[in-house]
Design a protein around this ligand. Structure first.
Ligand code: MBD
Ligand code: FE
Length: 295
């Protein structure tokens, strides 16, 4: 047996360590897997060469990843949080959603979307726990020519006024609190009631929270309302509406804020307008249009 092997790279060699590993891949490996693994191994070896970790440090890294996996369950995806706080979720999203200008930009999905949220008629209130400042969100779903998208579906979800999603407080919040699915009307119009979103911390009692703490970073997300808008023939948009007055707009823990997603929240004192929405004044009014790109 030669120390060079068939590919000329059989035995370990610090200077060519990544090449040695990559040369081991077989001939009929899928080209995409080959590309992905080659890049990962190359960049990982480069990082290790730059860092020169001690054995103890490398074990700490492995322990961190182990604990991250151990935190995960149906409602807690610590690896998604890790990807989020490292800016990778937003990067992957940007790479996959380069939209024509004027279309509503995507932002991070996050770990708290639930398929099959309650279906409501237009105008319904998704808040079932009575906490928070009442808000009406209304607008149109249009295409990039400004034409209404009749029957577009809007799936919305947010935290309650204590800063938790329903799935984080099962048995505490009413089921389906602050989630809902609406269908825009024939003119692409939609409207619904909720409460003004507030800022809240991403779950920080796990390894990702510890990491943030050690990095001198806070875990707070800028106040937001999640929305997924879908319609046949159009690219779905997974997005947020941000409040303009949140102290964390410029320092969102997961880098999800985009200028084009910060809405105007109008405080309405008019009792007549409040009555028309079935509310008491004052309430918040958000006029917000979604612009869908072609599929
Ligand atoms: C959230 O509510 C969220 O939207 C994201 C992206 C990450 C953690 C918690
Ligand atoms: Fe969120």
């Amino acid at each position: 047996p030669s120390d060079r092997g068939p590919a000329g790279l059989a035995y370990f060699d610090e200077d060519r360590s990544a090449e040695v590993v990559n040369a081991r891949m077989g001939q009929d490996v899928s080209p995409r897997l080959k590309q992905v693994m080659a890049a990962l191994v190359r960049h990982l070896h480069a990082a290790v060469k730059e860092i020169e970790p001690t054995h103890e440090e490398w074990l700490a890294a492995i322990r961190f990843l182990t604990e991250t996996g151990q935190m995960c369950n149906a409602w807690r995806q610590e690896y998604i949080l890790l990807s989020d706080v490292l800016g990778v979720s937003m990067l992957v999203d940007s790479i996959n959603n380069r939209r024509p200008s004027g279309a509503t930009p995507n932002t991070i999905l996050g770990p708290f979307f639930v398929d099959g949220a309650p279906r409501y008629p237009l105008g319904a209130d998704i808040c079932r726990d009575g906490k928070g400042e009442p808000m009406v969100v209304r607008g149109r779903v249009v295409d990039t020519q400004g034409q209404p998208v009749a029957g577009a579906m809007l799936d919305v979800w947010q935290t309650n006024d204590d800063g938790f999603y329903d799935v984080q407080q099962q048995g505490v919040q009413p089921e389906g609190n602050l989630r809902g699915v609406f269908e825009a009307d024939a003119d692409g119009r939609y409207w619904f009631k909720s409460v003004k979103p507030r800022h809240y911390p991403i779950p920080s009692d796990g390894p990702v929270g510890q990491l943030l703490g050690r990095l001198g970073r806070h875990p707070n997300r800028a106040a937001h309302l999640h929305v997924i808008v879908t319609a046949p023939g159009h690219a779905p948009v997974i997005t947020h509406i941000f409040t303009p007055d949140c102290p964390y707009l410029g320092e969102d823990a997961v880098f999800g804020v985009k200028q084009a997603l910060v809405a105007d929240f109008q405080k309405v004192d008019d009792p007549e307008e409040a009555r028309r929405h079935g509310l008491q004044a004052p309430f918040w009014r958000v006029d917000w249009d979604f612009v869908l790109a072609p599929a």
